[in-house]
Write a protein that binds this ligand. Sequence first.
Ligand SMILES: Cc1cc2nc3c(=O)[nH]c(=O)nc-3n(C[C@H](O)[C@H](O)[C@H](O)COP(=O)(O)OP(=O)(O)OC[C@H]3O[C@@H](n4cnc5c(N)ncnc54)[C@H](O)[C@@H]3O)c2cc1C
Length: 460
Amino acid sequence: MSEKYDVLIVGAGPAGSTLAYLLSVKNSYKVAIFDTRSWEDLWGKPCGNAIGAHHFKELGIPSPAGDEIKQVVKGISIYSPSERVVFTVYGEGYIIDRNKLGNRLMRDAVNRGVEFYPRTHVLRPLLENGKVVGIEVENVEGKKEYRANVVVDATGTAGVLKRGLPKDWPVSEPLDPRDSDVAFREIVELDYEVPNKDIIRIYLNQQVAPGGYWWFFPEGTNKANIGLGVQGGMGYPSPMSIYMSKLMNRPEISRRKRVLSSAGASVPTRRPIDSLVWNGFIVIGDAAFTVNPVHGGGMGYAMIAAYWASKGIERAHEIGNFSASELWEVNTGYMRMIGAKQASLELTRIFLQNLSDRDLEFIMEKRVVSEEDVDILGRKGELREGSIERATRIVDDFFKVLKMSSRPSLLLKLRALQSFMNRMKSLYLNYPTSPTGLRAWQESLKELRKEFSEELSLGR
Ligand SMILES: Cc1cc2nc3c(=O)[nH]c(=O)nc-3n(C[C@H](O)[C@H](O)[C@H](O)COP(=O)(O)OP(=O)(O)OC[C@H]3O[C@@H](n4cnc5c(N)ncnc54)[C@H](O)[C@@H]3O)c2cc1C
């Protein structure tokens, strides 16, 4: 026996519970959401817990308040490998208590009629006549089928439903491990007061965190979320072993009284999946790779994907058709709002991963890319043209004076990166308006990525 719903959401992390919340505000759909986790463990994936305040304002989701906030953030400091150069970019944000915020969104959704099934394992999607029509779940009561007009995969990196779809559906695209970050973090109580607790810190250092970075995010006066991520699929040592061997002897980390939580997980660091929808199906959050590829922040992007999923679901229900064409607005909306920036930042991420510590130090020390550029890069996913041209001139002059050979290849590559980022952004801003244009668009994307790798000699 199966039950029929308008929408079934699998996964109640930031993506799934935001969608449940947004659909419940409309209050006109029969929605059920499932998670293997319990209420006490909602949003339990290990995380740095940092999120920009703007996401809540932009999406009309009530901002974190009270004990949902562990720390109000005013800015971020980025340290060069030697830690002699520090860029600080200001912007409002929070270190949140994920479980409390997740509970609030889910309680609001449940109070408005959404059915939540915790401790329920979703096994597979149900397919009929080329579309997803439901799911099979298992809990203490046994196995059961649920049916719906639209099924949403919000299961994070597991991508439980999309894995069970035909391989020629673009929504089933798997993740190349090299397009992920494997991370480990601890939340610790310290035996000192953290200075400037409203500034979170990121340390660029390929020796410590190859292809990633390590972080120190204060959580109040004497607690911090400290961790590191390394590029996946490269055979690097595990981030936990690096944490123990390379970070634990730093005074700000070794001076800890108690470890409150200690865990690892991975996060995608690439462009969004080529399509977030297919017939009767939507994928959002980590399962759809909706994450900032440079810093791996995925909560805000998951919420944006959920927002566009709610718009697509609304439209499809209005016309009573749940095909890929009628859900396509999820793609066009997401790509325009953030996907274009995400795809352009993926190129920055690949570029950064191919730099040595010496290159990184040079770029920051010589202000080839300035604090302001980093701010614009973070907000818009663009590298300003003027500043690189100016820096190139200054650096060229500087080396001419010193009669040393400059680092022209690095500067030329930066210039090339800037141009590829613009082209990538514009490709995503011209994302096809219907599924029929997808294949040709994917070909253009493949070509552009190939050209990028070849011109910058990145080998991928
Ligand atoms: C160490 C680390 C630090 C990070 N730091 C930050 C940060 O500071 N800021 C930030 O914004 N992002 C950060 N991220 C990324 C962020 O955690 C994710 O992008 C975000 O949690 C994605 O949300 P999601 O809902 O897509 O997936 P998840 O949070 O993974 O939620 C998926 C849910 O699906 C459920 N599920 C999975 N399989 C099944 C199944 N078969 N049946 C039922 N339920 C299932 C899971 O139990 C889970 O609750 C970090 C990631 C890591 C690993």
